[in-house]
Design a protein around this ligand. Sequence first.
Ligand SMILES: [Zn+2]
Ligand SMILES: [Zn+2]
Ligand SMILES: [Zn+2]
Ligand SMILES: [Zn+2]
Length: 276
Amino acid sequence: MGRLGVKTDYEELRKAQILENQARLASLGLQKTVAELRTITSKPQSEKRKHNKVDYSSTPLRRSNRLKGNSSELALRRSDRLCSSAPPAKRKLGLFEEGEVEDDIEKRPANAPLLRVKDGLMLHLTPEALARRCTSKDRGTIYDPILGICCHFCRQKKLCGEEDCKRCGDMDMDQPCLGKTDCSICHSSNGVLCRGCLKVRYGEELEDVRANKEWICPHCTEEKGINPYWICNSSLCLKKRKMAPTGIAIFRAREMGYKSVAHLLMDQLQGVVRGR
Ligand SMILES: [Zn+2]
Ligand SMILES: [Zn+2]
Ligand SMILES: [Zn+2]
Ligand SMILES: [Zn+2]
């Protein structure tokens, strides 16, 4: 028995090390994507900009490529033609992230990533998108590959559905998104959860998290040993632990009287509930 305990500890340590390495790799991969995106989006701007004298504000551009799965409900006050060589998803000219700038020491909240918009470029949602944005509050309605902040659990890059979110509603990039969480310790994408996932997966209300400046994500809760067996149950993180993803476990959890999947898992890991 004693020997087994020691072995398990070692295994846990090893697994934690692997997890950390994977997370580091993942974050590197992400930065590379941002860098690539930046090269693409900032290339064709120099000379072509001058010719843009037409005011498109009265007729916001709307691209009808929703069927292709990369719909943009954003209207830019510039002509689409200018950047027609770029693939549709990257066509939002002048947008780039500055995350990789070295002197950017201050760690920004993960629900308010720095996204600088080139001078003279006005972002606004089409009236139609604006009307649709809040129709589904849980996970948001409008998918946006660049401005949408990715939820760690559902991985959906959507504008949130909170009525008073200035970031998603008015495209004010200085504001945090009110529909996504931010971990007070790591401020990383691991701590970004949408209203729906937060509730179903971790049993927490977005309003409570928003009001709690000290909110700690499941990853940091585990890392700091704050609440034993409180683990992140995203399919990605469960896979890393070699545990089966808990896709529809919420029904089972609710049936059994649990507040969320994380609460159920906590008991399972403690051995209170049999099976998984
Ligand atoms: Zn989500
Ligand atoms: Zn928002
Ligand atoms: Zn965290
Ligand atoms: Zn996770």
